[in-house]
Design a protein around this ligand. Structure first.
Ligand SMILES: C[S@@+](CC[C@H](N)C(=O)[O-])C[C@H]1O[C@@H](n2cnc3c(N)ncnc32)[C@H](O)[C@@H]1O
Length: 259
C-alpha cells in the first residue's frame, strides 16, 4: 500500500524557481508575480487598486474574487491587511479560481523567497509567513470543484474553485463580489484568463460599485471591461511597469454575442 501511494504521480502543478528566487510556471513560461517584489505588487496593485482596506471598513462582510490563486500571495496579503485593520469587516470572503493548484511546499517556499526582495516590509513579511504556514497546513491535493477553508475562527473564508476559469466562474453564480483581482499570467501567454467570455462571467458576479484591479493594462482587457459597464483607469504602475489597472463596476452591459 505504501509503495503504491508513493508511486502515485503528484497532482500538484510544478513550480520552477529562478536564480533570483522568483517562482515561474513551466506550463505558461511566465512568473507568478513581479520579480521586483511580490508583497509590493499585492499591496500596490491589488489591495490599493481595489481601495482596500478602506472599502471593507464598517461592513458586515466583504467578498474578494480572484482569477488565479497561484501561490496564494494576494490572499495572504489581503488576510494580513484585514487582520491588521481595527475597522475591518466582520467577515472576509476570498473566492479564487485556480486550474492548476501547486503543492503546499511551494506555498511555503514562495513566502520564504520573498525575504530578500521585500526586506523593507519586514513586519508584513513576518505575518504573511505565519499565515502561509496556516494555509499550507490546511492545503491538500485538491480535486476539481469548490473547496471551502476557514481561518481566523471562521471570519476569513477561502473558497478555492479548482478548475478552468470559465466553468468555475459559472459555478460561482451566488458570489457577489465587492472587489476583483484579475491575476492570470500575461494575456499573450494565458488568453483564457482574459477573454471576453471570462471577463463577462466575472462581471456577472460583481455588485454595483465593485472594484477591479490588475497589473495588466492590455488594450483588449480595458476595452472589454469598458464594454461590460466598468469605468476603467490606468494608474501609475509598480516599477518597472508604467501602469496598473483600476476599474469600477456600474451596471452590467452585455452584448447579444456575450449573453
Ligand atoms: C500570475 S499567477 C497567480 C498568482 C496569484 N494570484 C498569487 O497571489 O500568487 C496565474 C494563475 O492563473 C492560473 N491559471 C492559468 N490559466 C488558468 C485557467 N484557464 N483557469 C484557471 N486558472 C488558470 C495559473 O495556474 C496561475 O496559478
Amino acid at each position: 500500500m505504501i509503495a503504491e501511494s508513493l508511486a502515485r504521480p503528484s497532482m500538484n502543478e510544478p513550480v520552477e524557481w529562478t536564480d533570483g528566487g522568483s517562482p515561474r510556471s513551466p506550463r505558461f513560461d511566465d512568473l507568478y508575480r513581479s520579480r521586483y517584489g511580490g508583497l509590493a505588487q499585492a499591496r500596490a496593485v491589488y489591495l490599493a487598486g481595489c481601495g482596500l482596506p478602506g472599502r471593507w471598513q464598517g461592513r458586515r462582510d466583504f467578498t474578494v474574487l480572484e482569477t488565479g490563486f497561484g501561490l496564494g500571495l494576494n490572499f495572504l496579503c489581503t488576510w494580513a491587511a484585514w487582520e491588521g485593520d481595527a475597522q475591518r469587516c466582520e467577515q472576509l470572503n476570498f473566492v479564487s479560481v485556480e486550474a492548476y493548484p501547486v503543492a503546499a511546499a511551494d506555498l511555503l517556499r514562495s513566502v520564504q523567497s520573498l525575504a530578500a526582495m521585500d526586506g523593507d516590509q519586514a513586519p508584513l513579511l513576518a505575518r504573511v509567513q505565519v499565515l502561509a504556514a496556516e494555509l499550507a497546513a490546511a492545503w491538500s491535493e485538491w480535486s476539481p470543484g469548490l473547496h471551502e477553508i476557514r481561518f481566523a475562527d471562521g471570519r476569513v473564508q477561502l473558497i478555492l474553485a479548482v478548475g478552468q476559469v470559465l466553468p468555475m466562474l459559472a459555478r460561482l453564480s451566488s458570489c457577489q463580489a465587492d472587489a476583483v483581482y484579475l491575476d492570470g499570467f500575461t494575456p499573450a501567454l494565458n488568453p483564457d484568463m482574459w477573454s471576453t467570455d471570462t471577463l463577462t462571467a466575472m462581471a456577472r458576479l460583481c455588485q454595483p460599485g465593485a472594484t477591479v484591479a490588475s497589473y495588466s493594462v492590455a488594450l483588449a482587457v480595458r476595452e472589454t471591461l469598458q464594454s461590460l459597464g466598468f469605468t476603467v483607469k490606468k494608474r501609475p504602475g509598480l516599477p518597472p511597469k508604467r501602469h496598473r489597472l483600476e476599474a469600477t463596476f456600474e451596471r452590467l452591459r452585455v452584448t447579444a454575442a456575450a449573453a
